[in-house]
Design a protein around this ligand. Structure first.
Ligand code: SAM
Length: 244
């Protein structure tokens, strides 16, 4: 064990409590977060999965942050998490919301293999990960099939919208976990959102803190109002070089 389990459990409970997230935790879920941290830190020594390596920081920046997303997701939703990397938000959301079905999508096999190994070790039945590019997935059978498509730290909103919105069913939502430039990015993405069949919804602000750090960032919500035109998503070179 690369960290103190007792201390970790107490810290996790305290941070969730003080941020109004305690109702999402139970004994079984706390045990799963202990196990996930163990797997993450062990595998991080072999592959570079996360720059955040201190358990206290992992609790706030990864687990509480993903919990803030998990609590706003509709009951029973089918969710795709684009660019899931080392399983964020995919794995914490799967732990905290067993009612959801989650597909983690990433273009890097190493990260996808890690997510699938972790979910097997945690015994999570409601999650799976696949190695695909989002823009390829958006042209195939999964097009417009998800209730919710999430993404954290993947691309600027203008580009991200073309990766995510084609996968959202009409009536569903894209939820982007964004950082400091969110307002600017959203203004820049207005045209893309409209072309791709979306409408800007209400933005939720995530406010989290522990005794050393405060995190404030928005969850940008885009509602899918109409089908995405067949021409989208384009190839990634076009999406990134000529964003809508
Ligand atoms: N969401 C994770 C997090 O918050 O820790 C990982 C963020 S990481 C900075 C971005 C991830 O997006 C990488 O793992 C990368 O492989 C993936 N990615 C980037 N473009 C993608 C695309 N077009 N389709 C699928 N995955 C993509």
């Amino acid at each position: 064990m690369l960290f103190d389990e007792k201390q970790f459990k107490s810290r996790l409970t305290k941070v969730f409590d003080s941020n109004g997230l305690s109702s999402m935790l139970n004994i079984e879920r706390v045990e799963k977060f202990v196990k996930l941290t163990e797997i993450l830190l062990e595998e991080n020594e072999k592959y570079n999965l996360t720059a955040i390596k201190e358990p206290d920081k992992i609790i706030l920046n990864h687990y509480a942050d993903c919990a803030a997303l998990a609590r706003v997701l509709p009951k029973g939703a089918r969710v795709a998490d684009i660019g899931c990397g080392a399983g964020f938000p995919t794995l914490p959301v799967a732990i905290l919301r067993p009612d959801l079905t989650i597909l983690g999508v990433d273009s890097t096999q190493k990260r996808v293999s890690y997510v699938n190994m972790a979910k097997d070790m945690l015994g999570l039945q409601n999650v799976n990960a696949i190695c695909e590019r989002a823009e390829d997935l958006g042209k195939g059978e999964m097009r417009e099939s998800f209730d919710i498509v999430t993404a954290r730290a993947v691309a600027a909103m203008r580009v991200l919208t073309e990766l995510c919105l084609p996968l959202v069913r009409v009536g569903g939502k894209m939820i982007a976990m964004k950082g400091k430039n969110a307002e600017f990015e959203l203004a820049e993405a207005k045209k893309a959102i409209s072309i791709l069949g979306g409408k800007i919804g209400a933005t939720e602000t995530v406010r989290l803190a522990d005794d050393t750090e405060e995190i404030i960032h928005p969850l940008i919500i885009v509602e899918k109002k109409m089908k995405t035109p067949a021409a989208y998503p384009r190839a990634f070179t076009q999406i990134s070089k000529k964003p809508l």
